[in-house]
Design a protein around this ligand. Structure first.
Ligand SMILES: [Fe+2]
Ligand SMILES: [Fe+2]
Length: 280
């Protein structure tokens, strides 16, 4: 098995050049049917195959949009941190992450343009609040690294469902490849963020962590809702009406809620081990 150090030292491959873009295919699933927000909802499962596949494509597009937003935040913060650090090894690590996140974003933009889905920059009030709070947060603090762990791990968990779903349905080869490249790099990013999070939390007084824990909890809830429960416009784009009713069905979907609980669990458990007192 390849070690993290070996992967980190490996030659950089531009993800855009690793993909055969002529194979972009909108006639197949982009997310496995069992990983959709409406999976298991009787009325949804009764819809025509083409409609459900379209929802799977739009839900993957939503994941890419969430990725583009997040990566733009990381690139800005990590680039400025790399400029300020005195440690050359740390500077290299941070700049490597900036390069990889830019590579991911280029890959996402390429798929969104070639598939005709385009780029949608709208975000709900919850995410605008997270962005505003994030802007106020000093870089390199315990709360900053806890949020980086959350930001790296939550979309990555859904991305992993794409790779696992290959036996469930015929997935787009391009999407499968994008998901594979992304999770390969994200494994390194998450491992680095966890190390930083652990040491920053250990260096922060307990009283401070207790005081900031509700803010961390709120950010996790808002971000999880944004990543795992797309807005009504997604269902409208897929032709599902009334779109708000379908979104309510997704929010109430017991299967989705259980899946989200499972996807969040490892991150919450890790943060608790770091001394963040998050509610169960
Ligand atoms: Fe990324
Ligand atoms: Fe990342």
């Amino acid at each position: 098995m390849t070690s993290l150090a070996e992967i980190a030292g490996a030659r950089y491959e531009d993800p855009v050049s690793e993909i055969d873009w002529t194979a972009v295919d909108c006639e197949c699933w982009w997310m496995p049917p069992g990983s959709l927000s409406l999976a298991g909802v009787r009325e949804f499962e009764a819809l025509p195959l083409a409609t459900r596949r379209r929802v799977s494509q739009l839900e993957y597009v939503h994941l890419l949009q969430a990725g583009l937003w997040l990566e733009s935040q990381f690139i800005a913060r990590l680039a400025s941190l790399s400029h300020r650090t005195q440690d050359p090894a740390r500077q290299r690590q941070l700049l490597r992450e900036v390069r990889e996140e830019a590579g991911h974003s280029l890959m996402f933009v390429e798929l969104l343009q070639r598939s005709g889905f385009g780029i949608d920059k709208r975000r709900g009030a919850g995410m605008r609040l997270v962005e505003a709070l994030g802007g106020l947060l000093p870089t390199d603090t315990a709360l900053f690294w806890a949020l980086v762990v959350v930001g790296e791990e939550l979309p990555d968990r859904l991305n992993r469902c794409v790779r696992r779903g290959v036996d469930e349905a015929t997935l787009s080869a391009v999407v499968y490849r994008i998901a594979g490249i992304h999770l390969r790099d994200e494994a390194l990013h998450a491992a680095y963020a966890r190390r930083q999070c652990r040491s920053a939390a250990a260096a922060t007084p307990r009283a401070m962590r207790v005081a900031l824990a509700p803010l961390l909890s709120l950010a996790i809830d808002l971000y999880a809702r944004y990543v795992y429960f797309p807005g009504a416009d997604l269902y409208a784009r897929a032709g599902l009406r009334p779109a708000a009713g379908w979104r309510r069905a997704a929010l109430a979907n017991p299967r989705r809620r259980a899946q989200v609980g499972e996807l969040l669990r490892p991150t919450r458990e890790f943060l608790r081990r770091c001394g963040w007192s998050l509610a169960l």
